[in-house]
Design a protein around this ligand. Structure first.
Ligand SMILES: NC(=O)c1ccc[n+]([C@@H]2O[C@H](COP(=O)([O-])OP(=O)(O)OC[C@H]3O[C@@H](n4cnc5c(N)ncnc54)[C@H](OP(=O)(O)O)[C@@H]3O)[C@@H](O)[C@H]2O)c1
Length: 194
């Protein structure tokens, strides 16, 4: 990792910016979860030998992952908490007292570092540390109580082409509207110079 690593935020949000409800996700979209897992894990064929990707998350997002699915496998897991969180029973997982500590202490073997939420962490990291957002835009109106600020109206961000998204992730991502269990969404990538 470079000394000042840039983060890629990955988030699913409605057009109104809704990302969560009652401490969890407001939808169940297995195909979208697979996209998240595949992108954040990275392709074995493109990961430099001995490296893996990292996921940085807030303590509430960590708590929201069912214990049988955490730590997120084949990725370094970094959990940010002021109060402290016990991750000692988890492999490849570290706890950090601040976002900056987590960024500074990303393992040497990190290839790409992803910011995976939740609302508090996106709020803090997007303006300062992220130069890329993998946004799953959920096109249906869905009631939420956790939100992502509308970064897309900030002129420094521009939407990359679908071809650029596929090249960056290293595989053919579905283009246009995807429908799953009656919910419509599309995969987007936004970038800016930091
Ligand atoms: N749609 C999506 O893509 C997506 C992705 C992820 C999460 N979500 C949703 O987002 C919601 C959770 O978001 P949230 O904002 O409530 O929680 P969060 O950001 O996941 O976690 C908040 C916690 O992180 C810690 N924290 C925050 N800033 C910190 C800092 N600067 N230094 C140290 N620790 C810090 C604190 O932990 P302590 O209290 O332990 O001190 C804080 O309570 C859920 O509904 C979840 O499902 C949605």
């Amino acid at each position: 990792m470079p000394t000042s690593p840039r983060l890629t935020a990955i988030v699913a949000a409605t057009v109104e910016g809704g990302i969560g409800r009652d401490g969890g996700l407001p939808w169940r979209l297995p195909g979208e979860m697979k996209y998240f897992a595949r992108v954040t894990t990275g392709e074995a064929s493109t990961l430099p030998t001995g490296s893996r990707n990292a996921v940085i998350m807030g303590r509430k997002t960590w708590d929201g992952i069912p214990p049988k699915f955490r730590p997120l496998k084949d990725r370094h897991n970094l959990v940010v908490s002021r109060a402290g969180v016990d991750v000692s029973n988890n492999t490849n997982t570290t706890a950090h007292g601040s976002l900056e500590d987590a960024i500074t202490l990303l393992p040497e073997s990190t290839h790409r570092a992803f910011l995976i939420g939740g609302a508090q962490l996106y709020d803090q990291a997007l303006p300062r540390y992220c130069d890329r957002v993998l946004l799953t835009r959920v096109l249906d109106k869905i009631e939420c109580d956790a939100f992502l600020a509308d970064f897309t109206s900030d002129k420094s961000w521009r939407q990359a082409s679908h071809k650029d998204l596929c090249e960056w992730v290293g595989w053919e991502v579905p283009e246009g509207e995807v429908e799953e269990k009656g919910t419509k969404y599309r995969f987007e990538m936004w970038v800016r110079d930091l």
